[in-house]
Design a protein around this ligand. Structure first.
Ligand SMILES: Nc1nc2c(ncn2[C@@H]2O[C@H](COP(=O)(O)OP(=O)(O)OP(=O)(O)O)[C@@H](O)[C@H]2O)c(=O)[nH]1
Ligand SMILES: [Mg+2]
Ligand SMILES: [Zn+2]
Length: 305
């Protein structure tokens, strides 16, 4: 008998697969390891019975695969940005959004801990609203903004349809991903961490990716994921610097409008993107991230990926 399901958790070579509403703990066939394919949370898989135990027998072709957070077939990525404590690192947020855009994954932005500084939360929210993302400033402490976010997550399930919708909370360690998930879904009881007092950074409390159901009967699942640390920052899913401008949705209206056809939009005269930045249409913070990411990608070679 063959079962079809989705990997919702994988730790140490042991996978939890949700199939027909039941969870199966299983291992993967050795052939995947030999072929250097890692079964990943979000993978659609087929299970086969082998000597009384189910094993992952087949992994369906992936629509997308992210390295960080390690997830397959994401439908929506929530980029989690703290208002402060730790200070928001917009470059890594923008990098995450670019990777999602490049992989054709829809994205939304959540600004956490807004009660710590409402003005700063609004400023951060404004940047991403101007880009065109759905933005949710929230406080897990006071509950402000949490209902609107919860309704948005519910709405991702649509009216009907089958199969599960895979979403994830991703962002810096200590940004408040697990705390917020607990606030929205009190049954989860996820572990959360205090910030290191000395460096005001998260201490990587969440250690593995796991997908959780959002509500009884809902198709929408949301993953809590381990936060990034500064060390991870250099790792970048590889794509060329030529592809980078197309991962900034707010550059869209300006493609083909620069003086030079090969304009990189970094510093050229007659660049339509830079003009839009100077006119206050494109947020300057975003263009700063663009330039920094462009520099990283330009130096990147396939072999030092
Ligand atoms: N003031 C305030 N603190 C918050 C809020 N949300 C989370 N925190 C605190 O931020 C710290 C980190 O929260 P976590 O939920 O563990 O952060 P995380 O993003 O899951 O971190 P990792 O699992 O390491 O990636 C904890 O001390 C939380 O209590 C909030 O809305 N307001
Ligand atoms: Mg966590
Ligand atoms: Zn240009």
């Amino acid at each position: 008998m063959v079962l079809s399901g989705v990997i919702i958790k994988g730790v140490g070579g042991l996978y939890t697969v949700l199939a027909d509403g039941e969870c199966y703990e299983c291992r993967a066939r050795g052939v995947f390891r030999r072929e250097h394919i890692s079964p990943t949370v979000g993978d659609r898989v087929k299970l086969a019975l082998e000597a009384d135990a189910y094993v992952i027998d087949e992994i369906e072709e992936r629509r997308s695969l992210l390295i960080r957070p390690p997830m397959a077939n994401l439908d929506t990525l929530f980029a989690i940005v703290p208002t402060c404590r730790p200070a928001p690192d917009l470059l890594s947020v923008d990098k995450l959004l670019c990777i999602a855009e490049h992989a054709d994954i829809s994205a939304a932005v959540i600004i956490t801990k807004r009660e710590l500084d409402e003005d700063a939360a609004e400023r951060a929210a404004d940047i991403y609203r101007r880009v065109g993302y759905s933005v949710f400033p929230v406080s897990a402490e006071t509950g402000d903004g949490v209902d609107a976010l919860s309704r948005y997550i519910d709405s991702l399930g649509g009216e009907d349809g089958d199969g599960i919708i895979v979403t994830a909370f991703a962002g810096a360690s200590g940004a408040g991903k697990s705390t917020l998930l607990n606030r929205i879904y009190p049954d989860l009881h996820l572990g959360t961490g205090a910030l290191s007092r000395k460096i005001s950074r998260g201490k990587q409390t969440t250690r593995h990716v796991e997908l959780y159901p959002t509500a009884a009967g809902s198709r929408v699942y949301v993953a809590d994921t381990p936060g990034f640390s500064l060390l991870d920052f250099e790792r970048f899913d590889f794509f060329s610097c030529e592809a980078l401008p197309f991962t900034f949705p707010e550059f869209e209206p300006y493609h083909g409008k620069c003086r030079y056809t090969k304009c990189t939009h970094v510093c050229e005269d007659g660049c339509a993107v830079i003009k839009a930045v100077n006119e206050g249409i494109i947020p300057r913070e975003r263009h700063n991230s663009y330039r920094a990411l462009y520099a990283i990608l330009k130096d990147k070679r396939p072999w030092n990926k």
